[in-house]
Design a protein around this ligand. Structure first.
Ligand code: TRP
Length: 353
């Protein structure tokens, strides 16, 4: 068995990925795929929580994510791109983990609450909606992941996952109730490592509305496929409230987050921030143009790579099939271990792909 640490993270197919995904998580994955056993999960079942009536769209969106992965530099030979709906151990563990979590604990998850609010779900969400939070614990634990690169908003899900892992290990692996997460006994005796959230430097990129997190559902995103003209237009929409070229700017403004994130020449970034904060004759418009150019320069090679796969669904499906095969080796092993200790192990089974 591999001694390398296991990384698991995923994306719900809600449309194309955007630069918030890139700086928040995918950029980090590019480093990790060189050194770790990485699995990147296409969380297509999760998309059904709010869009079960849009199944064809979810199917298409799932393929689009893979195109965006490839565009951004994810290498399917290094990392396994895996499909949630064809990784049955995840569904089975979801069922079991649902028994280990008090219902009220799941409903207290602030990310779920926020989603209910933002998507205006009221009381009209399906049973599977809160269940997806339990499902996400299974996504992670099925791979026995050590670390989960995610944006800030996902931290409550990782917290829940840590609780499930702890609970399972203590219930079924003879680990003492008082043992700490980082005690070597936890990993040595437990089925599940207690996974960490790995939040990147930009845990939450502000969207082009200048206020909210960049998010497809808020229509404030810059897509990987956006042309330089579009990027420039969208950047122009960021509202800062600054009135003139000599007004001192707020160093915490969304514009400055973009400077920090996208102007890769650090001397230039410092200079821009200095002038902005002092109100030293520099307009928001000028800074926006410079940021837009930097973003387009970042996107150009991605768009070139993406174009290679534009009409090639077969290659995309092959990549998913291969990644899912590798994922099933890992997750079936986990499931057998979990069943063995929890009283569900009766005989061996083998799935084939
Ligand atoms: N819920 C995550 C999102 O919306 C996607 C996701 C599904 C995920 N399963 C995961 C992230 C497991 C990390 C680990 O972005």
């Amino acid at each position: 068995m591999s001694k390398r640490e296991v990384i698991l993270t995923g994306d719900t197919p809600t449309g194309q990925l955007h630069i918030g995904h890139y700086v928040g998580s995918v950029r980090r994955r590019l480093e990790l795929q060189e050194t770790h056993d990485c699995y990147f999960l296409l969380a297509n079942m999760h998309a059904y929580t709010t869009r079960a009536d849009h199944s064809a769209e979810i199917h298409a969106d799932t393929l689009e994510i893979v195109r965006d992965y490839l565009a951004m530099g994810i290498d399917p030979n290094k990392a396994a791109v895996t499909l949630q709906s064809e990784t049955p151990a995840i569904a089975e563990l979801t069922f079991l983990f649902a028994m280990l979590l008090p219902f009220n604990r799941v409903m207290r998850n602030p990310t779920l609450k926020e989603e209910i609010k933002v998507k205006d779900l009221g009381e009209n969400y399906c049973f599977g909606f809160p269940l997806y939070a339990v499902g996400q614990t299974a996504d992670i634990l099925a791979f026995r992941a050590h670390s989960v690169p995610v944006g800030e908003d996902q931290i409550p899900h990782i917290e829940l996952t840590r609780e499930v892992a702890r609970r399972f290990n203590k219930l079924y692996c003879g680990i003492d109730e008082n043992i700490e997460d980082d005690d070597p006994e936890m990993e040595a005796k437990g089925v599940f490592p207690i996974p960490r959230a790995d939040v990147g430097k930009v845990g939450r990129l502000i969207g082009t509305d200048g206020v909210n997190k960049m998010s497809k559902s808020l229509d404030n995103v810059i897509l990987i496929t956006d042309t330089p003209k579009k990027v420039k237009k969208k950047m122009g929409q960021i509202y800062t409230g600054r009135q003139s070229m000599t007004a001192p700017g707020d160093p915490e403004s969304s514009l400055m987050q973009y400077v920090d994130t996208f102007i890769t020449d650090t001397d230039r970034a410092t200079e821009l921030k200095d002038k902005y904060v002092k109100g030293d004759n520099i307009g928001d418009g000028h800074i926006k143009v410079e940021i837009a150019e930097a973003i387009s320069a970042l996107l150009a090679p991605m768009q070139e790579r993406r174009a290679e796969y534009e009409d090639d669904d077969d290659t995309i499906i092959d990549i998913i099939r291969d990644g899912t095969r590798r994922a099933n080796v890992q997750t079936e092993e986990t499931l057998a271990m979990a069943k063995e200790v929890s009283g569900l192990g009766f005989f061996e089974r083998k799935l084939s792909f």
